[in-house]
Design a protein around this ligand. Structure first.
Ligand code: ADP
Length: 510
C-alpha cells in the first residue's frame, strides 16, 4: 500500500485546510511514468512547499485560479513540483513544460452549498478497449465514491481510476450541489450545472449517474439512472411507503431541522455553524403516529434498531433503580463512543410518555422521593453534561407538552419540537389507504368501498382509531358470513369473503 493508496477513502472527513498562508506557489508539473503519484486523483507535493493539514492529511489546492485538486504533502517529494497525471493535465490544459500557480483552497468556501448532490459522469477505457464485460453501475458507483470521497469535483474535470485492474477514465459532465441549510438543490439551470465554478465535495450521499464515454466506451449494465440525491428526501420518495399517512410536511420539517447536519460527513457542521441536534420532542394527541415517525427517522438515518422505553416503566420505587434503568439505556451508545469515537454509529432512544418522569420533578410527587428529578438530571447529563454523548438522538414523546420540564426543552437538549396533530381529511384518506393495502392487494376489498367518503366521515379520528376502524370492518364482514352458513361451509366462505362499505359503516356506528 504505502503512498500509492491515495484517496482510498481512509481519510476521515474533508481534509482540514492548512493554507500556505495565502501565498501562491509556482510549481512545475512532474509526471510519474505510471501515474502513481496521482492515483485516486490526489497529487503529490513537497511537504516543505505545502505543509500537511493539522491532522496530517491531504490539502486542497486551487490551480491556476480555476481548478481544485486534492494534494498530499510528502516529505520526500522534490520541492517546487506537483505531480499531475495525464487526465489532470488535459483537464487543466497544462503542458509538462508549463509552470502552474497553486494556492490553498477552502473546501467549504461555498458555505451550505459545499456538497455535491449528484453528478453526471462519462466513463470509458483510459487506454485501448480492454474488455467486453459490462460494468455494473451500482458497483462502479460504490468504487467511485470509495476512491474519491471528500474530494472536490467540477464539470469538465477528468480523472483516472483503476477498476478491477483496468484503467478507466471519468469525465464529469454536470454537477448538482445540495444546499444543506434547506436540503434542496439550489435553483439552477443546465448551464449552471456545467459551470466549472459549481464545484462540490463528494460524499457517500452524493448520487453518481454514469454514461458511456463516446471515445472508448465501456459497457454498462444495471440501473441507468438512480434517483437524484439533491434533496435528502428523494423526489421519488413516497411517505405512504413508510406507512405514515398525512404527515408529509411534519416529517420533512423534522428531517430538515434536525438532521441536515447528520447526513453529511464530519467537518461541515462546525464550518458553517450547524449543530447536531441531540434531541427532538414529538407532541400531540395519542395515536397520531408519533411512534411511527420516531421509528422511521431511525431507518432513514441508518441508525440501529432504536431503544424504546416509556416514562412509567423507568420509574421505580426502589432507590437508585430508576437511574440504573436510564444508565442501561445509554450503555451501548457509551461503549461505542468510547471504542470508536467520532466513527460511532448513531443510537436512537425513543422515550414515550416522557411527561411521566417530568411530572415528578420538584413536585414532590412519586412518594416524595424525587425519582423524576434524578431521571431528568441523568438525561440532561447524557445530553449535555458531564457524561455527554455525541452519538445519540433522544426522541421524546408526550401528549402533554406543558408537562415537560423546561430544562429539557432548551437548546442542545430536546430542542426541535414538532406537534403531531389529528389528521385532516386528506391525511385520513392516506391512512385509510395504508391500512387497507393488504386487503386491496388480496382482492378482499369490495369495489363499493369509498375511501374518500370514509375519510369525510371520520372527523377527529386519530391514525390509531382509523386503523381500529379497518380492523373492526373486517370483523363485521366476518360476522355476516358466520350468520349465513354452517361451520363447515365457513372455511370456503371466508376465502371468498369481501369487506364491503356496509361493514365500514357498521364499524363507524359502533
Ligand atoms: P402515538 O405514538 O402518537 O401514540 P402510534 O405511532 O403509536 O401513535 O400509532 C399507533 C398506531 O396507529 C400505529 O402503529 C399505526 O398503525 C396507526 N397510526 C397512527 N397514526 C398513523 C398515521 N399517521 N399513518 C398511519 N398509521 C397511523
Amino acid at each position: 500500500q504505502g503512498e500509492k493508496s491515495y484517496g482510498n477513502g481512509s481519510m476521515r472527513g474533508p481534509p482540514q485546510q492548512q493554507p500556505p498562508a495565502g501565498r501562491s506557489l509556482q510549481l512545475r508539473p512532474a509526471k510519474s511514468p505510471d501515474n502513481s503519484f496521482t492515483f485516486g486523483n490526489v497529487c503529490a507535493v513537497s511537504a516543505q512547499d505545502i505543509p500537511p493539514s493539522r491532522d496530517g492529511g491531504d490539502v486542497h489546492l486551487l490551480i491556476n485560479g480555476a481548478f481544485v485538486l486534492s494534494a498530499r504533502p510528502l516529505p520526500s517529494f522534490p520541492r517546487g513540483h506537483i505531480s499531475l497525471n495525464d487526465a489532470q493535465r488535459t483537464w487543466m490544459q497544462v503542458a509538462l513544460t508549463d509552470v502552474v500557480e497553486a494556492q490553498a483552497y477552502d473546501p467549504f468556501s461555498h458555505g451550505p452549498q459545499s456538497y455535491l448532490g449528484s453528478m453526471d459522469i462519462e466513463v470509458g477505457f483510459a487506454g485501448k478497449k480492454s474488455t467486453e464485460t459490462p460494468y455494473d453501475q451500482d458497483e462502479l458507483a460504490q468504487a467511485f465514491v470509495n476512491t474519491y470521497r471528500n474530494q472536490i469535483f467540477a464539470p469538465g474535470q477528468q480523472l483516472l481510476m483503476d477498476y478491477r485492474s483496468v484503467p478507466l477514465r471519468f469525465t464529469i459532465r454536470t454537477v448538482e450541489l445540495v444546499d444543506i441549510s434547506s436540503l434542496k438543490a439550489p435553483a439552477g439551470d443546465a448551464a449552471q450545472r456545467r459551470d466549472p465554478q459549481a464545484r462540490g465535495i463528494l460524499t457517500p450521499e452524493s448520487t453518481t449517474n454514469f454514461s458511456k464515454d463516446a471515445r472508448s466506451p465501456i459497457q454498462l449494465k444495471g440501473s441507468t439512472r438512480r434517483p437524484a440525491a439533491n434533496s435528502v428526501i428523494r423526489p421519488d420518495f413516497k411517505f405512504e411507503d413508510l406507512g405514515i399517512g398525512g404527515l408529509d410536511k411534519e416529517f420533512s420539517d423534522i428531517f430538515r431541522r434536525a438532521f441536515a447536519s447528520r447526513i453529511f460527513p464530519p467537518g461541515l457542521a462546525e464550518k458553517i455553524g450547524i449543530q447536531h441536534v441531540r434531541g427532538i420532542l414529538l407532541y400531540g394527541p395519542p395515536g397520531t403516529g408519533k411512534t411511527l415517525i420516531a421509528r422511521q427517522i431511525g431507518k432513514m438515518l441508518n441508525a440501529r434498531e432504536p431503544k424504546v422505553i416509556n416514562g412509567p416503566e423507568v420509574l421505580n420505587k426502589y432507590v437508585g433503580q430508576s437511574e440504573e434503568n436510564i444508565r442501561k439505556l445509554f450503555a451501548d451508545a457509551e461503549k461505542e463512543q468510547k471504542e470508536k469515537g467520532d466513527e460511532s454509529g448513531l443510537h436512537i432512544i425513543i422515550f414515550d410518555e416522557l411527561d411521566a418522569v417530568c411530572k415528578q420533578r420538584g413536585s414532590g410527587a412519586g412518594g416524595g422521593t424525587g425519582v423524576g428529578d434524578s431521571v431528568v438530571n441523568q438525561l440532561l447529563s447524557k445530553l449535555d453534561g458531564v457524561d455527554q454523548l455525541n452519538n445519540i438522538l433522544l426522541i421524546g414523546m408526550t401528549n402533554r407538552k406543558d408537562m415537560i420540564d423546561e430544562a429539557l426543552l432548551r437548546s442542545g437538549r430536546l430542542e426541535v419540537h414538532m406537534e403531531i396533530s389529528l389528521p385532516d381529511e386528506a391525511g385520513r384518506q392516506q391512512i385509510l389507504k395504508i391500512h387497507t393495502t393488504k386487503m386491496r392487494e388480496n382482492g378482499k376489498m369490495a369495489s363499493d368501498v369509498d375511501l374518500a367518503e370514509l375519510a369525510r366521515s371520520t372527523r377527529n379520528f386519530s391514525g390509531a382509531e382509523i386503523s381500529g376502524l379497518v380492523r373492526s370492518a373486517t370483523s363485521f364482514a366476518l360476522q355476516r358470513h358466520i350468520k349465513g352458513g354452517t361451520v363447515a361451509a365457513l372455511k370456503d366462505d371466508v376465502a371468498e369473503m369481501q369487506i364491503h362499505m356496509e361493514d365500514f359503516l357498521g364499524a363507524l356506528e359502533e
